[in-house]
Design a protein around this ligand. Sequence first.
Ligand code: 9GP
Length: 819
Amino acid sequence: MNVDHTIHKTEFKKAVIYNLKISYRRTIEDATAAQMYQAVALAVKDMIIDRWIATHKEYEKQDAKVVYYMSMEFLTGRFLGNNIISLCEQEEIREALAEMGFDLNTIENQERDPALGNGGLGRLAACFLDSLATLGYPAYGCGIRYRYGMFKQKIEDGYQIEVPDEWLKDGYPFEIRRPEYATEVKFGGYVDTEWDGHRNHFVQKGYQSVLAVPYDIPIVGYGNNVVNSLRIWDAQPVNTFNLKEFDKGDYQKAVEQENLAKTIVEVLYPNDNHYAGKELRLRQQYFFISASVQRAVKKYLENHDDIHKFYEKAVFQMNDTHPTVAVAELMRILLDEQNLEWDEAWEITTKTCAYTNHTIMSEALEKWPIELFSRLLPRIYQIVEEINRRFVEEIKKAYPGDNEKIRKMAIIYDGQVRMAHLAIVGSFSVNGVARLHTEILKNEELKDFYQMMPAKFNNKTNGITQRRFLLHGNPLLASWVTDKIGNEWITDLSHIKKLAIYADDEKCQREFMNIKYQNKIRLAKYIKEHNGIDVDPRSIFDVQVKRLHEYKRQLMNILHVMYLYNQLKDNPNMDIVPRTFIFGAKAAAGYTRAKLTIKLINAVADVINNDRSINGKIKVVFIEDYCVSNAEMIFAAADVSEQISTASKEASGTGNMKFMLNGALTIGTMDGANVEMAEEVGAENMFIFGASSDEIINWENQGGYNPMEIFNSDQEIRRVLMQLINGSYSPQNPELFRDIYNSLLNTQSSDRADTYFILKDFRSYAEAEDRIDKAYRDEKWWARTAILNTASSGKFSSDRTIEEYVRDIWHLDKIKVEL
Ligand code: 9GP
């Protein structure tokens, strides 16, 4: 980019001063950091706007095909820092602010993280948007403008407390309200059939409706002038004062509309890999999908007159089953508004929709009771019934007399609408998110569908954006990498493999490890400020940060810490490298066992961190409110990355890739994308342990295993388990962790014992942890392996993933934007 930086800096400062004046009646001397953030953000937005307009002009000029990435969640994290980086103006802006007496990092820290997502699924959507813009592909993210995003987590007395996230409280400077695209969305009522002499028309009557009003947030491509949009929908009452209803004295109905609008976008359901089955959730789904699909069709018809070719200009990627009503909504519009015949509408729909599956966890599979679905979406339900009727005919044709196939594959069965089945039937592409995951879908979970329609199935291994997770999150390492190999890695991560030649160079090893050390000091400072705990940056930072879920096995990690502590107590002179076990995790508000696990981690931390007798050899830290912005700092500081899910359960994982990029070594099972990471870096450069996914699936098919045998035969494991119920970590209430104990041994309930094979994998895990201790002592080996991990992370850029989606599914053309 050729920018005259002197002029640029002066102009930028002027803009900030002007924004402060008109927004806050403040001057630079009396502005607070929060006000400065708003003023700086507006000045940056000003730099984005012309590019944003130019991008959309270019799309129109080229009549470009667009991908609509439909997702209930976009976990974007803060925008200011990323936008500045994408504009390639970081140094100028940093200097300009410094000249005004402000520090860019402090200003960036004022931004509230837009946390419109739970975990991996929402963060993946955000990485994809970043890559789409950087690669120059026309795209819209379509989502919901939740008034309250993911809750803020406070830890009080070791327990998680959920605090509302008021991210919009002070206004969000980057968004733009677009009332000109407001769209009505209808719920409830009934469907009337009207005959016009030629055909029946289906008309929804007696419904309630809300007005969907979009807000656009710019997604700035790196250094290429491309700016795409994340379009999130807000809900408003259609008429605030429904005078007609008031005249009839129906006060209730008038306020109903208002309440409906308010509640729809009120809050993000804080469930990750778990389906809540709440009516409001289905409303949210239809709300943003109906608005997005209506708008996509309208936009197409503004410049085209043949609706039959809609799919040549638009593709809908459904992020998990949550947006699946898109299949039926597009059918509704084509049938009822465009007056197409069923077969024509179906052809267009199934050439437009594509579906990504993100999990095999059965509790995450969405199924809606017919009663609820048909009451809320009566016309959509009729359409789904007809899709189902025709699909069942196809099953019968393919498998005559095989009722079992119908039972297993029908979309509507046993009083429920199965959204995954609708998604598969209505899409031309079905993909998993890592090779192993896709294989499990094909051979286990979705076997029947794969056998009937193999051509639809494909794999797209997830990726992450190196621009947020290295360039922004780890500036020291980023500039070291650029010094060594140039800056092409920023937009093409495959270049990072050039670092491999430095892996054996002792000077480079020292530099690399010194950067890690600086990042550990930065995190240690954060931990001191936020947790009041002193941690030694020379200790191994062993980190597990991700949502709390039983299958991710944070419990196995903390049980191992308890086991290690027992060894240290027995043998205070035990020779181990000091280790800091760092956790960060939010648990769904209603997930009792996950919340109890957080309490256990904090209880163990309390005992161990305060035991002088072990000389600080191990410490345990639970970082409060794990979110995108502190994640960036955590990845940069990690030595060890814990990716220890029960094999087969983690579809891909993406945190694993962020750690690898930042030079952490992985301790992990052969699960999700870990398998492909091992392929890239070599299994000898990771710490792999545990049962394979085949073994796990086999045991599951046999009804599990008997953990009591392990309990009876392994006294060290038994000791750890007994400490859960003898008050070692909860002297006031020895029974506190009884539920966790029971879940592992199943002494009380009819559930399968140790569903996630924690005790089964424990020995192999402890042995791998021990290998880490030994390996870390060999400084050269460790440094070399850390560099090799970074150097081998090229495959895991979301740029690569997006190129594969484009090549195999979306078929988009790149555009160039000149200013
Ligand atoms: O659990 C998966 C995680 O493994 C994956 O990396 C992420 C993105 O594909 O999706 C998660 N799935 C969900 O959050 C719910 O399906």
